[in-house]
Design a protein around this ligand. Structure first.
Ligand SMILES: *[C@@H]1O[C@H](CO)[C@@H](O)[C@H](O)[C@H]1NC(C)=O
Ligand SMILES: *[C@@H]1O[C@H](CO)[C@@H](O)[C@H](O)[C@H]1NC(C)=O
Ligand SMILES: *[C@@H]1O[C@H](CO)[C@@H](O)[C@H](O)[C@H]1NC(C)=O
Length: 168
C-alpha cells in the first residue's frame, strides 16, 4: 500500500518536474545518500558542539555570578583584604561571559533546564553562610573550569561541582 502510494507521489513529482523544467526526471536518487559526506558530518558536529559549548558558557556564568555575589557579601567581613582580588578577577570574567552569552538566542536542552532549576533551588534554600562554606573552597576549581571552557575541553565532573552534587 505504502510503496504504491510512494510510487504515485514519485510519478507525480517526476511528471511535474518534466513539465516544469522540460527534462525527464524519473530516477529515484535516494541511493546517493548511502554515504555521509565528511563535509556534512563536520557541519553537523560543529553545530552540535557550538550549541553545547554555549550551554556550558551559561552554566559557568551562573556559577561565577553566585561566587561573585558571595564574595561581594564578604567585603565587609574580617577576610575583606583577601576577598578583593579574587572578587575583582571574577567580576572581569563575569562581564566577559555576559558578552559571550548575549550574542546567542537558543532554546535550552532539558538537561540544562534541569540543572538550572536545581541550581536556583539550592541557591534559594541554602543560607548565605552555607553557600559561602561550599563555594569559597571551590573558587580555584571554578577558575580552572573557566580555563577548561576557554580551551573548549570537557572538564572533569568533580571540578565543575560548585555547591552540591545537584548544582553540578
Ligand atoms: C559593606 O559596608 C558598607 C558600609 O558599612 C555598606 O554600605 C555596604 O552595603 C556593605 N556591603 C555589603 C555587601 O554588606
Ligand atoms: C533561575 O534563575 C534565573 C535568574 O537567577 C532565572 O532567569 C531563571 O528563569 C530561573 N530558572 C529556573 C528554571 O528556575
Ligand atoms: C548576600 O547578602 C544578602 C544580604 O544579607 C543576602 O540576602 C543574600 O542572600 C546574600 N547572597 C549570598 C549568595 O550569600
Amino acid at each position: 500500500m505504502e510503496s504504491s502510494m510512494l510510487g504515485k507521489v514519485l510519478i507525480l513529482t517526476s511528471t511535474f518536474l518534466l513539465t516544469a523544467e522540460g527534462a525527464p526526471v524519473t530516477k529515484c536518487f535516494i541511493s546517493k545518500y548511502r554515504d555521509l559526506p565528511p563535509s556534512e558530518i563536520k557541519a553537523i558536529k560543529l553545530l552540535k558542539d557550538t550549541y553545547e559549548s554555549y550551554e556550558r558558557l551559561i552554566v559557568l556564568k551562573h556559577k561565577v555570578d553566585l561566587a561573585v555575589e558571595i564574595l561581594a557579601n564578604m567585603t565587609n567581613s574580617s577576610l575583606s583584604k583577601n576577598v578583593i582580588k579574587p572578587l575583582e578577577d571574577l567580576q572581569i570574567i563575569e562581564n566577559d561571559l555576559k558578552i559571550c552569552i548575549s550574542n546567542h538566542r537558543t532554546q535550552h536542552s532539558h538537561q540544562f533546564k534541569h540543572w538550572l532549576h536545581h541550581f536556583n533551588k539550592t541557591k534559594k534554600m541554602e543560607s548565605p553562610e552555607c553557600l559561602q562554606k561550599v563555594v569559597i573552597p571551590r573558587i580555584f576549581q571554578l577558575r580552572q573550569e573557566v580555563v577548561c571552557v576557554a580551551q573548549d575541553k570537557i572538564c572533569e565532573k568533580k571540578r565543575s561541582r560548585l555547591s552540591s552534587p545537584s548544582m553540578n
